[in-house]
Design a binder for this molecule. Sequence first.
Ligand SMILES: Cc1cc2nc3c(=O)[nH]c(=O)nc-3n(C[C@H](O)[C@H](O)[C@H](O)COP(=O)(O)OP(=O)(O)OC[C@H]3O[C@@H](n4cnc5c(N)ncnc54)[C@H](O)[C@@H]3O)c2cc1C
Ligand SMILES: NC(=O)c1ccc[n+]([C@@H]2O[C@H](COP(=O)([O-])OP(=O)(O)OC[C@H]3O[C@@H](n4cnc5c(N)ncnc54)[C@H](OP(=O)(O)O)[C@@H]3O)[C@@H](O)[C@H]2O)c1
Length: 446
Amino acid sequence: MTKVAIIGAGPCGLSMLRSFEQAEKKGEKIPEIVCFEKQDDWGGLWNYSWRTGSDQYGDPVPNSMYRYLWSNGPKECLEFADYSFDEHFGKPIPSFPPREVLYDYILGRVKKGNLKDKIKFNHNVNNVLYNGKNFEVTVLNKKNNKISKDIFDYLVVSTGHFSVPFIPEYPGMNSFPGRILHSHDFRDAEEFRGKNVVVLGSSYSAEDVALQCHKYGAKSVTIGYRHNPMGFKWPKGMKEVFHLDRLEGSKAIFKDDHEQETDAVILCTGYLHHFPFLSEDLKLKTTNRLYPPMLYKGIVWKNNHKLLYLGMQDQFHTFNMFDCQAWFARDVIMKKIKIPNNSEIEKDINKWIALQDKLENPDQMIDFQTEYTKELHSLSDYPKIDFELIRKHFKEWEHHKVEDIMTYRNKSFSSPVTGSVGPVHHTPWETAMDDSLKAFLDQPKK
Ligand SMILES: Cc1cc2nc3c(=O)[nH]c(=O)nc-3n(C[C@H](O)[C@H](O)[C@H](O)COP(=O)(O)OP(=O)(O)OC[C@H]3O[C@@H](n4cnc5c(N)ncnc54)[C@H](O)[C@@H]3O)c2cc1C
Ligand SMILES: NC(=O)c1ccc[n+]([C@@H]2O[C@H](COP(=O)([O-])OP(=O)(O)OC[C@H]3O[C@@H](n4cnc5c(N)ncnc54)[C@H](OP(=O)(O)O)[C@@H]3O)[C@@H](O)[C@H]2O)c1
């Protein structure tokens, strides 16, 4: 019997498990599957932990999410085609839920079956070698410190790529008297109440960490961009300046000569694709981009078609794109999809990369990833979902952010699965301090 190893039980690993479950429900004979997850529970980044650094076993903590994190895109854009928000919550809910609500939704779909039995928790995949025929996978059971080896025909790498921080160095850091941290280790904006904070970066983490610090009472927030500013209309107390030059004592000095007394520097400088467990011939080497190299359909390793990567792209689309990838990967493994010859593969990869290299603005990037996801969708039996509506939603959302970065999360969108419209939330995001599932779903007492 074919044996498949899935590494990671985050949203991508769970999509993979779900895809096999759905095939089995249709009466198809599925392979033997083992999913290894190094944390003690499923959900990947959405499985919040207060921990930073290493866990109780000395293993690096993969978590990069923080308290008070709300979805930064409309939930309708990531909805599962086979498990709607209406089905999970029993009623329409607002379009920008906090982390705990999305975590509940992700797990709702997989809790229905017996998928948890296929996952080995607290199992860290340490090493993978390809012996010319199959994969030799070495795994550490973190609880009893025992190492085991097993042989698999296929390997699915769904370990995420927002867990290992990229940490740059600036002059003056060693003698800075305040706190320096990466957004990977940011957990609670309350820590910065009354403080002057410098945030470096110009992408989603910089935007949201800066807004969080402002929302929870930082005295000032100064964002230092390196190439292009985000350019939003920042509220009073926030500003965007050009690239940090150096720290002198507690002063941050920027390349546009701007100076700012600061208590903390938060590096929102992105993450590394990091696969220390893979031998060099199997390892994806890429920056965070919409079409990483060496992957046919963004999934199948060009030089070994039994190695499949999920979710390695930079992401506008998330959960339903991961599903489309998983359904495609499943059909490759179950030999329902035939991989073409090397020159066709090369042509296909080159076509996407050439398109990606021409992208100039967010609308074009949204189009690119929507086209990619639609193509994958057309290649498997993943249920019907309206990707044209999702494309439209993403573009509207981008425009809402430009209009007002403080209010874009108060808007409503319609579901690409059920058509229902998310109601307006009972409290605007700027004043909604409690991010619990209960506070989000309950109407506050008048
Ligand atoms: C701060 C932050 C906020 C985000 N907010 C949003 C949002 O609002 N909306 C959205 O759609 N997306 C958001 N994302 C994007 C996020 O990447 C996806 O939502 C999703 O979590 C990706 O799923 P994944 O399965 O690829 O990776 P992950 O969620 O990272 O899961 C990977 C899993 O693999 C496990 N693993 C790693 N290495 C090993 C190993 N060697 N052995 C065994 N197990 C291993 C990890 O423990 C983890 O459980 C956010 C990302 C970050 C960093
Ligand atoms: N739900 C939420 O609210 C939320 C919050 C945070 C993050 N996220 C998600 O988390 C994921 C990761 O986002 P991310 O912003 O961490 O990573 P990212 O999108 O890869 O962006 C990395 C940023 O780091 C900057 N950078 C790199 N080196 C730098 C340096 N030396 N000095 C200054 N800036 C530097 C880059 O700037 P250049 O452009 O100049 O290269 C870029 O702006 C995304 O999927 C995002 O959606 C979501």
